[in-house]
Design a protein around this ligand. Structure first.
Ligand code: AMP
Length: 126
């Protein structure tokens, strides 16, 4: 069970299907901990999603429930993807939506990586 009010992990969610190879993605990175691929509806010149391979619904679920090696492996992968994409000199933004108020649509934990231009305000309307 997830640790938040979100439903249990849904094996039919779109990222689970990508992980199983049932639907394609534009992959940029993969190791035993993480898969990274281009967002289908990019909000910046570079908009990549990094997802853990293990089935966690949300950021809360992942950080409370994953073991240390899984958490470290995932976040190291996020850093490597940004480096591999050449984003470190100019910078980038990481974002993880969690649950209803966070605007999370896909119930498999994921981190958005935005870059390629100044990303602007941290929170729209702020
Ligand atoms: P979130 O609102 O944080 O759950 O973001 C989910 C993201 O997944 C959105 O930015 C979508 O554009 C993206 N997305 C949904 N389906 C796909 C897909 N098949 N391939 C790549 N990105 C997707």
């Amino acid at each position: 069970m997830p640790v938040t009010g979100l439903p249990p992990y849904d094996e039919g969610n779109i990222f689970a299907r990508i992980l199983r190879g049932e639907i394609p993605c534009r992959k940029v990175f993969e190791n035993e901990h993480a898969l990274a691929f281009h967002d289908i509806n990019p909000q910046a010149p570079i908009h990549v999603l990094v997802i853990p391979k293990a089935p966690f619904v949300s950021a809360a679920d992942f950080h409370a429930g994953a073991d240390d090696a899984t958490i470290a492996g995932f976040w190291r992968a996020v850093g490597q993807v940004a480096r591999d994409l050449g984003l470190e000199p100019k910078g980038y933004r990481l974002l993880a939506n969690m649950g209803h108020d966070g605007g999370q649509e896909v119930p498999h934990f994921h981190v958005h990586l935005f870059g390629g231009r100044p990303i602007g305000r941290m929170v729209p309307g702020a």
